[in-house]
Design a protein around this ligand. Structure first.
Ligand code: ADP
Length: 261
């Protein structure tokens, strides 16, 4: 479980996250949704300790995140964010193996079991054929899957992902989120696509310009009455065969016309 209580973050004088409280529960996928600039990435970074709130606290299971050593934090929290690993000269197999780092003691080298775990992680994202390739030579979607494999190899009990479906074609968008859903970890995922959130998240936090607009189960939060004012677009919800589908109805105006108005 990850629970943030009363956490805040300001960029300069701009309060992005203001006394926000969220809980990611064990074995469930919590989605962070909201328009561009609403603070999803900032909140995620507070949850894994890349940013430190001056107010409130973040707890991972029974411990305050700030009291954990980096190694202990990395055994509990695996993070997949957009900008990681981009410049590395490593092969894919080597990069995924880095996920084993938190499980090794200071001078311990990776062993057979670590290599097996890393190979299995790469296979789970459909990336076995990439093992010998240089990471820097991969496409955006291939890189994304490799970074997820590294997080899986880390075998952390919590997984935090920032827009993991970016760059992925539609098949891998679903495969990766299906995988996350079935890992059994406590997962937090920033998602742009509300229909992916509908399908793969158990709980959602909807962020708007003022902070948290709504939090609850996916069924509760994906309510057009809550979503429309936040996104500024007409939204219709259909419940088909037990699944939620959202249809979007742009207002009949271009962005240029809206800015001019
Ligand atoms: P989201 O993930 O919802 O798009 P972010 O958390 O990335 O939102 O950003 C929230 C707000 O904080 C935006 O207004 C953004 O411009 C601002 N912001 C993000 N990172 C920085 C930064 N490093 N410096 C200044 N402002 C930032």
């Amino acid at each position: 479980m990850i629970s943030a209580t009363g956490v805040s973050w300001h960029y300069g004088t701009n309060p992005v996250i203001d006394a926000v409280t969220v809980t990611a529960r064990p074995g469930r996928v919590l989605g962070l949704i909201g328009p561009n600039g609403s603070g999803k990435t900032t909140l995620l970074r507070l949850l894994y300790g890349a940013l430190h709130s001056r107010t409130g606290q973040v707890r991972v299971d029974d411990d305050e995140l700030s009291t954990l050593t980096p190694r202990e934090a990395a055994r509990r929290l695996a993070v997949v964010v957009q900008e990681t690993g981009g410049e590395t000269a490593l092969t894919v197999a080597e990069l995924v193996l880095l996920g084993r780092g938190p499980h090794l003691s200071t001078f311990q080298r990776t062993g057979r079991v670590d290599h097996e775990i890393a190979a299995r992680a790469l296979a789970r994202v459909g990336g076995s054929h990439l093992a010998a390739r240089a990471f820097t030579q991969l496409s955006g979607g291939e890189r994304q899957r490799v970074l997820i494999a590294r997080a899986l190899a880390q075998q952390a009990t919590h997984l935090l992902l920032d827009e993991p479906t970016n760059h992925l074609d539609i098949r891998y968008q679903h495969e990766i989120l299906h995988l996350v859903r079935h890992l059994g970890t406590c997962s937090v995922v920033v998602l742009h696509d509300l229909n992916l959130a509908a399908r793969y998240c158990d709980d959602l936090v909807l962020l708007g310009s003022g902070g948290v607009v709504a939090a609850g189960t996916t069924d509760e939060v994906l309510d057009p009455v809550l979503l429309e004012p936040v996104y500024g677009i007409g939204i219709r919800r259909l419940d088909l065969d037990g699944a939620i589908h959202l249809l979007f109805q742009p207002v009949d105006q271009t962005t240029e016309e809206r800015i001019a108005a």
